[in-house]
Design a protein. Structure first.
Length: 204
């Protein structure tokens, strides 16, 4: 059975992605930070439709916890789906906070680095051996990193999301020998109209 891992799936885009993947026949391993109740709601929504899901805690800003998370993923795959690999990874977990350039603290900047750029980089690196050949990775970026989405107050946040777009292209290049497709999606805020979806993928 196809299994997808979706980070930050206790609300918003991640929750919707997890539910839609389940509707299309995938098992789902979803992660949550502080919103355990939201994660349980996601699992409940999936199971009500006849799907299977497992919720695991994960702080994407703490890369030192990734080996233990990988062990939890291995256990979930074997116990729930009786397999050793998964098929898709959605790097969605993150946070946004508005701060004008002159008001952005080093603490906030470093937080963005850890969660929005370092986290997806090293989480993907940690899980890559478990990702099946021919699988897929989706990185959730942001319209704020595109010319159409420039808005005062998001310079630090958008810098990390722009870096994630570049990382997506390099992942696609380096993972292509295994047939792994890598794309980024850049949802827009309500004020920016339709989402923009730049992508970079390896040929299959």
């Amino acid at each position: 059975m196809r299994v997808a891992i979706v980070t930050g799936a206790s609300s918003g885009i991640g929750q919707s992605a997890a539910i839609q993947l389940a509707k299309r026949g995938s098992g789902v391993i979803l992660t949550y930070g502080n919103n355990h109740a939201g994660a349980l709601e996601t699992v409940d929504s999936i199971e009500k439709e006849g799907g299977r899901a497992v919720a695991l805690p994960l702080d994407v800003g703490r890369s030192e916890t990734f080996p233990a998370f990988r062990a939890s993923v291995v256990a979930a795959l074997r116990d729930t789906w009786h397999q050793d690999t998964f098929d898709a990874l959605v790097n969605n977990a993150g946070f946004a906070q508005m701060a004008m350039f002159e008001d952005t603290s080093e603490e906030l900047f470093d937080g963005f680095v850890r969660v929005l750029l370092k986290g997806p980089f090293f989480l993907t690196q940690t899980l890559l051996p478990l990702l099946a050949d021919g699988g897929a990775i989706v990185n959730t970026s942001s319209n704020s990193a595109l010319p159409s989405g420039l808005e005062p107050g998001y310079s630090a946040y958008a810098t990390m999301k722009g870096g994630l777009m570049v990382l997506t292209r390099y992942m696609a290049k380096e993972f292509s020998p295994r047939g792994i497709r890598v794309n980024s999606v850049a949802p827009g805020s309500p004020g920016h109209g339709s989402p923009t979806t730049p992508s970079s993928g390896s040929p299959r």
